[in-house]
Ligand binder design. Structure first.
Ligand code: ADP
Ligand code: TRP
Length: 321
């Protein structure tokens, strides 16, 4: 089984990224041949600050390695170190119907919100298809918001195969239902673009403040809360605390006499402990930037061997060779 996933270097990673994508991906590295990359080409559709791109790439690399990505078990690389992705994007774009891209949320949402959309953003699902198909990937672990892009990838692979004969493996998305959508501090989907994130790493004071600012309703501590299982702080607690702790908190809320302040304090404590080991590992890695760079370089060299082979297959199939 070949597993592949990518993440954009667009800012500090948060709990949504961790539970929706990073952890499932890290677990899958034990079940097959895994490829993970930092999607810096993708970040160019919406980030225009070169220094920030560089530092974001470094931060994402640190976050992933600290969270348990093992470069000895998987291939971890920076997308732009494998320029074959771009050539394959062109080949795929010529079999991609415009309508398929016009239906994509990523582009539709941004243009509906009045954000000026460039061609890169419109064509982004084709680059994503190339990212996936160039490694003959079978399984793509992503959060639910990326499901449509994996479906577009399947359509593009099928179209190419129909036009030029069996060339690409048709991949499948892998979405975990229990963590499909991690809620943010306001109860909406946690996302950088909504300003409701709780980061995996960062300053303790700042993060405690974020947890304590999670929006709740106005019921007093005494009031019973029969809907405690729908509470978004409880949903977050279930992710970072042992099941018995989360259940106990839920029961207390239901019974009444347990307030939201206590809930959030408990949440912070478990969240902070949950990432303690990763935090220590990140500190060590930060002190050794050459090591991180060499991990990415080595990953790119290994990725490139596979990518070049699949690209050659597509070039041959389509008559470029
Ligand atoms: P953001 O919404 O903060 O910009 P990205 O779109 O860069 O996050 O997402 C990176 C990865 O993390 C994707 O695979 C995405 O599905 C996953 N992800 C992001 N936010 C969440 C969330 N709140 N719940 C579950 N998965 C998420
Ligand atoms: N589009 C994904 C995101 O924004 C990142 C990504 C790029 C990706 N290429 C990919 C994810 C290929 C999985 C497979 O989150």
């Amino acid at each position: 089984m070949r597993i592949l996933s990518g993440i954009q270097p667009s800012g500090a990673l948060h709990l949504g990224n961790y539970f929706g994508m990073m952890r499932p991906a890290i677990e899958l590295q034990h079940q097959g041949q895994a490829f993970f990359f930092i999607a810096d080409y993708h970040s160019m559709t919406s980030l225009f600050d070169p220094a920030r791109r560089r530092s974001n790439v470094r931060d994402v690399a640190l976050d992933f390695l600290a969270c348990g990505l093992d470069p000895a078990r998987c291939v971890f690389f920076r997308q732009s170190d494998v320029p074959e992705h771009c050539e394959l994007t062109w080949l795929l774009s010529t079999v991609t119907p415009m309508g398929l891209l016009e239906r994509c949320h990523s582009f539709k949402d941004k243009s509906a919100r009045g954000i000026p959309v460039n061609h890169g953003l419109f064509a982004y699902p084709v680059l994503m298809a190339a990212d996936i198909l160039i490694y003959d990937s079978n399984v793509v672990p992503v959060g639910r918001d990326q499901k449509q892009h994996v479906e577009v990838t399947r359509d593009i692979a099928i179209k190419f195969n129909e036009a030029y004969g069996e060339t690409f493996v048709v991949p499948e998305p892998r979405i975990r239902d229990e963590v499909a959508v991690v809620p943010g501090t306001d109860g909406q989907k946690m996302s950088k673009s909504y300003g409701n994130t709780i980061e995996i790493f960062g300053d303790e004071k700042v993060l405690r403040k974020k947890v304590m600012s999670i929006v709740m309703d106005s019921r007093t501590p005494q009031e019973p809360k029969p809907d405690a299982d729908q509470n978004h702080a409880v949903k977050l607690l279930r992710l970072v605390a042992p099941p018995t702790v989360a259940q106990d908190v839920e029961d207390r809320l239901r019974a009444g006499g347990y307030g939201y302040g206590d809930l959030k304090k408990t949440l912070f404590e478990h969240y902070w402990n949950f990432f303690a080991e990763a935090r220590a590992r990140r500190k060590e890695l930060e002190a050794n930037p050459d090591h991180v760079e060499s991990v990415l370089r080595d990953g790119a060299a290994r990725a490139r061997v596979v990518a070049a082979g699949v690209l050659k297959r597509a070039r041959r199939a389509s008559g470029l060779e």
